[in-house]
Design a protein around this ligand. Sequence first.
Ligand code: NDP
Length: 444
Amino acid sequence: MSYVEKVLENLKKQNPNEPEFHQAATEILTTLAPVVEKHPEYETAGLLERFVEPERAIMFRVPWVDDSGKVQVNKGYRVQFNSAIGPYKGGLRFHPSVNLSIIKFLGLEQILKNSLTGLPIGGGKGGSDFDPKGKSDREVMAFCQSFMTELYRHIGADTDVPAGDIGVGGREIGYLFGQYKRIRDEHVGVLTGRGLTYGGSLVRTEATGYGLVYITEEALKARGDSFKGKTVIISGSGNVAIYACQKAQSLGAKVVAMYDSNGYVYDPNGIQIEVVKDIKEAKRGRIKEYAERVKGATYKEGCKGIWSIPCDIALPCATQNEIDVESAKTLVKNGVKYVAEGANMPSTLEAIEVFQKSGVVFLPAKAANAGGVATSALEMAQSSGRMFWSFEEVDKKLKDIMVNIYHNIDNASKEYGYEGNYVMGANIAGFIKVATAMMAHGIV
Ligand code: NDP
């Protein structure tokens, strides 16, 4: 049995009932085989065993009082996975599906993603099974204050800097930051995604979606092509999806469909993103309303049908495992040429295989959606330097980072003999930097 196989087998035995963590670890470790073969010293140093074991995993009770006066209790998590190249960095997810397995899969991915940005940030992730949907602002505030009343003792501007993710946007970050500042009495960059009046960075809101489009644009450019005239499908209608849509359309693409967790809208004339923003950002409504407001648009219940709409480029931007093998086959049959992941692990392992075998250019999440965390690191730099960069400055840095990531993963895929396999390229390029730092630190 190879070193990688042994580590994976042990991981599954030691962490039963964590299917998402197993899935992410399998995807990552199997692609690292050529690297560990080249570096036998990694096995002696137990490097992979240490790489898949979080440095620290914190689980805590989050009690709060709802509007009817009833006490509610949620679970809180922060997994501080790897600090070899910088302080832990990664978002907080508030969604009823959150459990330790999901936070660990996200944390493991985050290590390599953060490494790929070229910036000094380690990997972490956290969240809660709290569902902000349908809650009043006061309830969300009560929850966030309770969550931070435990979390504050584990984080810090040079230790661990959380950010947003599903269910955690500007409103939640504001409440979390307010409570941190109140308890610690310090106004520091302990969270990113902050509002512009209290230390936030321009472009952070747009960063993941814009970054996704920038890296896809570079992949298109490398093949003598562009977004101009392309038909695009974007799943989700949250933070990542909205700004991916906006940027793709500004480059001449036509985005024809988007969804939320209830169903999808199809607009053959091209999605009017201002309408989506009004529904999802301003009113916290349902995407269904789009079809009621825009002539020619239709709405269908259920999400999966979106992948049967023919497109040139698919940008899954909602959640994990939203493209299964069947949806992948349908996309390929209908002529998809590029799939770039805005969400984390939106394609199952089998779906990725279908894309790769069919010659689809597949850009995995840890490279394709790294623009968000990269801009978070730019926010950290501005905070610690007490500076404030213009929109153009941050946007240019973001674009340069995404272009660099593309060439980095492309070069790594070539160097290891897997040209065009960007799952290999991203995992290898991200891992080598972390592994080198871990080896330098000794057995810690
Ligand atoms: P948001 O909460 O803003 O939006 C999530 C969107 O996905 C919503 O439209 C939501 O629908 C939909 N969605 C969530 N769960 C499901 C589900 N089970 N089935 C169908 N649709 C679903 O989150 P973000 O846009 O921030 O995050 C989206 C993805 O991008 C996540 O995987 C996240 O980890 C990843 N990501 C986000 C980054 C960021 O900077 N925000 C950075 C890097 C990755 P509804 O409105 O009905 O809830």
